[in-house]
Design a protein around this ligand. Structure first.
Ligand code: ADP
Ligand code: ZN
Ligand code: ZN
Length: 849
C-alpha cells in the first residue's frame, strides 16, 4: 500500500504529493486525512495523506516508509482534503498551507491518544450501546483493554492488533470506547469532579417533595439538578447555590445524583448556564423566508440564499429555526459570524436554543480550548458550530446548512495565506454536502447582491463571488420590516462645518449634545461610535510636521498609550516615544489619535457624573473584557457605550435609544474602491442598534460631507438607492462586481531587481493573455476581458526593509486568469520552481489599501 503525502513545506517545488510505503502495521490506520511523519531530505517532516493507492508510479522498493502516524483518528476527512485542494487551486497557495488552515493550531505536535472502555452512556441510547457492544463482544482487542483495567495507548493497540484498525475506530465512533488525547503533554487533559443529574426523574421528583425540612440545602441541590438536567462541575454547582461540596456529596450518597471524575473539556462556557429559549412564532416576513430555506433543507439541495433583512428584522430567529430544521434531518449546521461580532450575546442566543450541542470557535479562546471545541465537533458531541471565518472547516460529517451572518464583513477574507474568502469556501463546501447556504445582512456586499438580484449582464453575473454559477444562481430573500413593525430609527445628519461657523468647536454638535443630555435625564442609554478606519494614532511635530516613521517600512509608527512606545504594525519594530522632535528639537511633538480616550475625557467634562464604558483595542485586550463591558452595559451600569467599530455590530440592548456617530467621513476618502460601501454599511449597522425594542430610537450622524450619496442613503435606510449609485460607479471604473481582481505583490531588498521582475511578470501575463485570444482591454459590456495593470509601487512601498511593487489583474468571464498567472509565474521561476523575487498572490482581495 502506498500513501500520497503532502509534506509541510510551503514552497512551489514541494507542492505535490510524494509517495510513501505504508508499513504493514499501519495499513488500515493510515487514511486519507491522516497526519504522518515522513522522511524527507534527511529529516522527518509532518505531512498529510491525501490519497491511497495499491501501487506506486515508480519502483516500490525505492520508496521510503512512513515513519510515524501522528494521530490515530485522522484530523481531516476526505471531503476536507478535497476542499483544501480547491482552495489551493483557487487562491494560488501551497496545498499544505490550505490543509494546515483546517486544523486547530494546538494540533501541531504528535497527538498521543489513549482509549478506555466507555462508561454507560445515556439511558435512551441503551439499544445502540447494546448493539455496539454485541458487535465487538469477542474482539481480542476489547478483551485486552478490559484486562488492562485502565487507559490503553492507541499506539499499543496498533502494534498489537494491526489488522483491527477499522474495528477499533468504529468502536470509538459508536461510543464503546472513549478516546482521550494529549498533544506532547502541552495540553494535558484535565480531570474534574462533575455532578450528573438524576437518572430516574419521577423518583427524584418525589424525593424532592419529601425531603426532610432540616436538609433544605440538600433539597436546593436536587431541585437545581432536576431543573437543569445537565452535568455541571462541582465547583460551578457550589458557586451557583452557595453551598458546600459536602452537601452535594450528601445528595449523591442518597443516590439521587452522581458524582464522577471526568476528563475536563476546556469548555470556555463551562459553569455558565444559558437561559433556554423556545422558538418564537415567526412573523409573516420570517415565515416566508423560513419556508424557502426549509424547502432546500428538505430537498438536501445545495442552494445559496441572500437574506437581506434590515436591522432588527429578526434574522437570528430565522437562523435558529432553520438550524433546528437542519438538525431534524440529522445534519449539522455551521454559523459564521465576524470575529468582532462573536460576542457573548451572540453565543448566548445559540447556546440558549441548542444548549451543549453548540461548539464555539474563535480566536479569543486559548489554543487548548479551541482544540477541545473542535474535538467536540469531530466526535459528534456538537451539531452546531458557531465561529469566526475558519469555522467553515468545522469537521462535521454531514453539513446541512451554513449560515454567514453579516456576510458583507471584510473579515471573512483571510489576509494571510491561504487568502481564502469564507463565503466562497462555504458555497463550495455546501456543494460537496448538498447543503444550503444562507448569507445574511442588512447591507449585503455588492458582489452577493449582484449575484442574487441578477443586475449584471448574464455572462458576467455567472462569474461573480459566491460561486453562484453552478448553483443556478443565488436567491434573494428580503425582510424589509422590523419585528413588530417597529420603525427604523430616525437619522439626523449634522453638517459639522455649520457647527464651526456657529462657533461650536466641540467634537459634539449641539444636536448630539442635547440628545445625550436628554437620555441622561430619562435614564436611557446611548452608543457613540468613533469610526476608526482611516485614522491612526501617530506622532507628529506641530512645528515642522515631522512624523515618526518605521525605519524598515514606509509607514507611520503607531503610538501605544499604555506603554508610551511607538510600534510598527507591519514588522513589530518598537521605540520610545520622543520627548523632543528628532528633526527640529521642538517640544511641540505630540500624538494624534483615534481619540476614543479624548472623547471620553470630553464627555466627562461636558456631562459631570456620566458613566462611560469605552471599548477599543486598549480596553479589550484582556481575555473576557469584551464580555465584561457588554454585560455591564446590559445591566445599565453605564449611560454611554463609546467605541470603535466593535460597538456597531450585533448588539441588542433594549434601553439604547440614541446612537451618535462622531465623524462619519473618516473612512469615506480612503484610496479603496470599497470606501463608500464600507461607510454606508457601518452607518447602517450602527444606526440599527437604536430603538430595537419598545422605546423608539434616534441617530445623530456628524459629517463634513452631508451630500455624499453613501451618507444620504444611509440616512434614509435606502440600501437600494445606495446600490444603484454605487453600481454606476463600479461599472464606470470597472471594479467588482463587474469584474474580478487579483493583486500580485512582489517584494525584494533590491529595487532594480524588483523593477525588472515586475516588468517581466506584467509583460509575460499580457503575452499569455494575448496568445489565449482574450480581449486585452476594459470594455464594461463585454462578457470576457482581462486587463493587466502595473507594476506600480504598493500602497505600502517598503516593508521589513523590502521594497514592494504590485500588479493588478482585472478580468471577467471564464478567462482562466489564475491559470494564466500560475503559468506566468512558472515561466519566470528557476529550475527548482523558485520565483525571481518574493511573490504573493491575493485572489479577490478585500482590502486594496
Ligand atoms: P437582526 O439580526 O435582523 O438585526 P434580531 O434577530 O436581533 O434582528 O431580532 C431583533 C429583535 O426581535 C430581537 O430582540 C429578537 O428577539 C426579536 N424577535 C425576532 N423574531 C421575533 C419574533 N418572531 N417574534 C417576536 N420577537 C422577535
Ligand atoms: Zn519638528
Ligand atoms: Zn516596520
Amino acid at each position: 500500500m502506498i500513501a500520497k503525502v503532502i509534506v509541510d513545506v510551503p514552497s512551489r517545488a514541494t507542492d505535490r504529493p510524494f509517495d510513501y510505503k505504508i508499513p504493514a502495521g499501519m495499513i488500515g490506520w493510515v487514511e486519507v486525512g491522516s497526519r504522518v511523519g515522513v522522511p524527507f531530505g534527511g529529516r522527518v517532516l509532518q505531512g498529510f495523506v491525501i490519497g491511497l493507492a495499491d501501487f506506486a508510479d515508480i519502483d516500490e522498493n525505492k520508496l521510503k516508509p512512513i515513519a510515524e502516524l501522528l494521530d490515530h483518528i485522522p484530523p481531516l476527512s476526505p471531503d476536507l482534503v478535497e476542499l483544501a485542494q480547491w482552495i489551493s487551486d483557487k487562491y494560488c497557495c501551497a496545498l499544505t498551507t490550505a490543509l494546515q488552515a483546517m486544523i486547530p493550531s494546538a494540533l501541531k505536535g504528535k497527538a498521543d491518544s489513549v482509549v478506555t472502555i466507555a462508561e454507560d452512556t445515556d439511558a435512551d441510547d441503551d439499544e445502540t450501546a447494546l448493539f455496539a457492544n454485541a458487535l465487538f463482544t469477542d474482539a481480542p482487542w476489547l478483551a485486552y483493554i478490559r484486562a488492562a483495567g485502565g487507559p490503553v495507548r492507541m499506539a499499543a493497540l496498533q502494534e498489537r492488533f494491526p489488522a483491527d484498525a477499522s474495528a477499533v475506530k468504529q468502536a470509538i465512533k459508536l461510543g464503546v470506547l472513549t478516546e482521550q488525547v494529549t498533544i506532547r503533554d502541552r495540553l494535558a487533559v484535565r480531570k474534574v469532579l462533575t455532578v450528573y443529574p438524576p437518572d430516574q426523574l419521577a423518583l427524584a421528583q418525589e424525593a424532592l417533595m419529601n425531603y426532610p425540612a432540616r436538609a433544605a440545602k440538600q433539597q436546593d441541590v436536587l431541585r437545581y439538578m432536576l431543573e437543569h438536567r445537565e452535568p455541571i462541575t462541582m465547583t460551578a454547582l457550589v458557586e451557583a447555590l452557595s453551598t458546600t461540596s459536602a452537601t452535594i456529596r450528601a445528595v449523591a450518597d442518597k443516590g439521587w445524583i452522581t458524582i464522577r471524575e471526568v476528563e475536563q473539556q476546556r469548555d470556555p462556557y463551562a459553569g455558565r448556564s444559558f437561559k433556554r429559549t423556545e422558538p418564537l412564532p415567526l412573523t409573516e416576513g420570517q415565515q416566508a423566508v423560513y419556508e424557502e430555506i426549509a424547502e432546500a433543507l428538505d430537498a438536501e439541495a445545495s442552494r445559496v440564499f441572500l437574506l437581506h433583512g434590515v436591522t432588527g428584522s429578526g434574522k437570528t430567529e430565522v437562523y435558529l429555526q432553520t438550524i433546528e430544521r437542519c438538525l431534524q434531518h440529522e445534519r449539522q449546521a455551521i454559523v459564521l459570524v465576524p470575529e468582532i461580532a462573536l460576542t457573548p450575546q451572540m453565543v448566548e442566543r445559540f447556546k440558549g436554543r441548542f444548549g451543549n450541542s453548540v461548539a464555539v470557535l474563535h480566536s479569543r479562546l486559548s489554543s487548548g480550548e479551541r482544540y477541545d471545541e473542535w474535538r467536540k465537533i469531530r466526535e459528534g458531541r456538537a451539531q452546531v458550530a458557531v465561529g469566526a471565518r475558519s469555522a467553515v472547516f468545522a469537521p462535521f460529517p454531514r453539513v446541512g446548512l451554513i449560515i454567514i451572518d453579516e456576510e458583507h464583513e471584510s473579515s471573512y477574507k483571510q489576509e494571510e495565506s491561504p487568502k481564502y474568502h469564507a463565503r466562497d469556501v462555504a458555497v463550495r463546501r455546501a456543494r460537496q454536502h448538498g447543503a444550503a447556504v444562507v448569507l445574511g445582512s442588512a447591507t449585503p456586499s455588492l458582489e452577493s447582491y449582484a449575484a442574487a438580484s441578477r443586475v449584471l449582464p448574464a455572462a458576467s453575473a455567472s462569474d461573480t463571488a459566491s460561486g453562484a454559477k453552478a448553483n443556478g444562481g443565488s436567491a434573494l430573500l428580503p425582510m424589509p420590516y422590523r419585528v413588530g413593525n417597529r420603525p427604523l430609527p430616525k437619522v439626523h445628519l449634522v453638517d459639522m462645518r455649520e457647527e464651526l461657523k456657529a462657533g461650536n468647536r466641540s467634537m459634539f454638535s449641539r444636536q448630539l449634545h442635547e440628545g445625550l443630555l436628554d437620555r441622561l435625564e430619562k435614564g436611557e442609554q446611548s452608543v457613540l461610535l468613533l469610526n476608526r478606519r482611516g485614522y491612526s494614532t501617530f506622532v507628529m511635530c506641530r512645528s515642522c510636521g515631522y512624523t515618526a516613521q518605521c525605519p524598515h517600512c514606509d509607514i507611520s509608527l503607531t503610538y501605544h498609550q499604555k506603554s508610551r512606545v511607538l510600534r510598527c504594525h507591519y514588522c513589530g519594530h518598537a521605540e520610545q516615544s520622543p520627548e523632543k522632535c528628532p528633526s527640529c528639537e521642538s517640544e511641540h511633538i505630540r500624538f494624534f489619535g483615534t481619540g476614543t480616550q479624548r472623547v471620553e475625557e470630553e464627555l466627562a467634562k461636558l456631562f459631570p457624573g456620566i458613566r462611560v464604558i469605552r471599548m477599543d483595542v486598549d480596553t479589550t485586550t484582556e481575555k473576557g473584557s469584551h464580555e465584561k463591558w457588554l454585560t455591564m452595559f446590559g445591566e445599565r451600569k453605564a449611560d454611554v457605550l463609546l467605541g470603535t467599530q466593535m460597538v456597531a455590530k450585533g448588539l441588542d440592548f433594549p434601553y439604547v435609544t440614541l446612537v451618535g456617530v462622531i465623524a462619519a467621513d473618516t473612512s469615506l476618502h480612503l484610496p479603496d474602491f470599497r470606501a463608500a460601501e464600507k461607510t454606508f454599511q457601518l452607518l447602517t449597522q450602527v444606526a440599527g442598534r437604536a430603538g430595537r425594542h419598545e422605546l423608539p430610537g434616534e441617530v445623530v450622524v456628524q459629517t463634513y460631507n452631508p451630500e455624499h450619496y453613501a451618507i444620504v442613503t444611509a440616512q434614509h435606510h435606502d440600501y437600494a438607492g445606495f446600490v444603484q449609485e454605487e453600481l454606476k460607479l463600479r461599472r464606470f471604473m470597472s471594479y467588482p462586481p463587474f469584474c474580478r481582481l487579483i493583486v500580485i505583490t512582489l517584494s525584494d531588498e533590491q529595487l532594480t531587481h524588483l523593477i525588472t521582475a515586475g516588468d517581466k511578470l506584467a509583460a509575460t501575463l499580457r503575452q499569455l493573455a494575448y496568445e489565449a485570444g482574450i480581449k486585452g482591454s476594459i470594455d464594461s459590456d463585454g462578457a470576457r476581458f482581462i486587463d493587466i495593470l502595473g507594476p506600480v509601487a504598493s500602497p505600502i512601498p517598503r516593508m521589513k526593509d523590502r521594497y514592494r511593487f504590485q500588479c493588478m489583474v482585472k478580468y471577467r468571464g471564464n478567462v482562466g486568469a489564475i491559470e494564466l498567472l500560475k503559468k506566468a509565474i512558472s515561466l519566470l521561476s528557476g529550475p527548482q520552481g523558485q520565483p525571481p523575487v518574493q511573490l504573493s498572490v491575493d485572489v479577490d482581495p478585500q482590502v486594496i489599501l
